[in-house]
Design a protein around this ligand. Structure first.
Ligand code: SF4
Ligand code: SF4
Length: 292
């Protein structure tokens, strides 16, 4: 199925779209089925790879940077945009489109289809299937569900001879490694802290962005700053994250749980912790002193 194309619209972080989906979309399970076939002979071929919001996950960035032989910092600068709104709780990273060309196509689309097919982002793999979370503070364990995106002319739905269950579709599209890394990422993005209305300050936002999306910068931060003299990191982890991007991303997520939510996932060394606690105690005592 290498010549087949899937249009995609990312949903993570797109609050309005998410509300519409939660309210209106028919919720599907892995065993529900749909008819769809995408191929070059369709009139719509490639049209969906233009003028579309594709929300990227850290693992999408990892796969694309490796594919293109770029550092994460270069890939982010060249191929992504980071829209910002004042209500935003986490960074949103979108695939940059070619604003300089008519119709704003994706930079990777070719006459034959996707030019990065084996490493195309998660939303591109999943289309026309979307996935959403209904987790709330009241229902923290609400299961995720699937839905079909049919918001623009897409002739693939008229190809009724080919039927898939959602499970078969995901297998066919090679989604498993993206889902595995995505599950760890969602433990942060869907953390109770945010469901309770919590947010991140600008410095925490930047830490989050570096430790998830900009992995090469995070690696330099770990190995070229005092990081390893401050944190207890298992020697085998240190060796792995020197070169292994997937391990570095997993470690970055552990570190964020510690930094953002004070969870015991990566600990400060005892002496550093004692110094830190002493400093906090001194600050509190100073504030409590009358007349100051
Ligand atoms: S069938 Fe749908 S996914 Fe395939 S090229 Fe056409 S619009 Fe895109
Ligand atoms: S990455 Fe590939 S599939 Fe996704 S929009 Fe670009 S060309 Fe299309």
């Amino acid at each position: 199925m290498s010549d087949e194309r899937k249009r995609r619209t990312g949903i993570e972080g797109m609050d309005v779209l998410k509300e519409e989906i939660l309210a209106d979309a028919k919720r599907l399970t892995l065993d529900d089925s749909f008819s769809f076939r995408c191929h070059r002979q369709l009139a719509c071929f490639n049209k969906c790879c233009a003028d579309v919001n594709i929300v990227l996950t850290p693992y999408d960035i990892l796969r694309l940077k490796r594919r293109l032989g770029l550092s994460s910092t270069e890939l982010i600068a060249k191929h992504t945009v980071r829209p910002f709104s004042k209500d935003q709780t986490l960074p949103v990273v979108l695939l940059k489109l070619r604003d300089d060309l008519p119709g704003k196509p994706c930079a990777f689309v070719t006459a034959e289809g996707c030019g990065v097919y084996e490493d195309r982002p998660w939303p591109c793999r999943m289309y026309p299937v979307g996935e959403a979370s209904a987790r709330t503070e009241a229902e923290p364990d609400a299961p995720e569900f699937y839905f079909l995106m049919q918001e623009q002319p897409c002739d693939g739905f008229s190809e009724t001879g080919t039927t898939w269950t959602i499970r078969q579709w995901k297998e066919d599209q090679g989604v498993a490694p993206y889902d595995a890394m995505g599950a760890e990422f969602k433990e942060i993005t869907l953390h109770p802290h945010f469901r309770r209305g919590g947010s991140l300050n600008p410095q925490q936002m930047e830490m989050f962005f570096m430790a998830t999306y900009d992995l090469d910068r995070f690696r330099a931060f770990v190995f070229e700053s005092s990081f390893l003299s401050k944190y207890e990191v298992e020697p085998e982890t240190v060796e792995k994250i020197r070169t292994d991007d997937e391990e570095l991303l997993r470690f970055g997520l552990r570190w964020l749980h510690a930094c953002l939510f004070s969870e015991p996932t990566v600990r400060l060394k005892a002496a550093v912790r004692a110094e830190y606690e002493e400093r906090i105690a001194r600050q509190r005592a100073t504030k409590a002193e009358p007349g100051r």
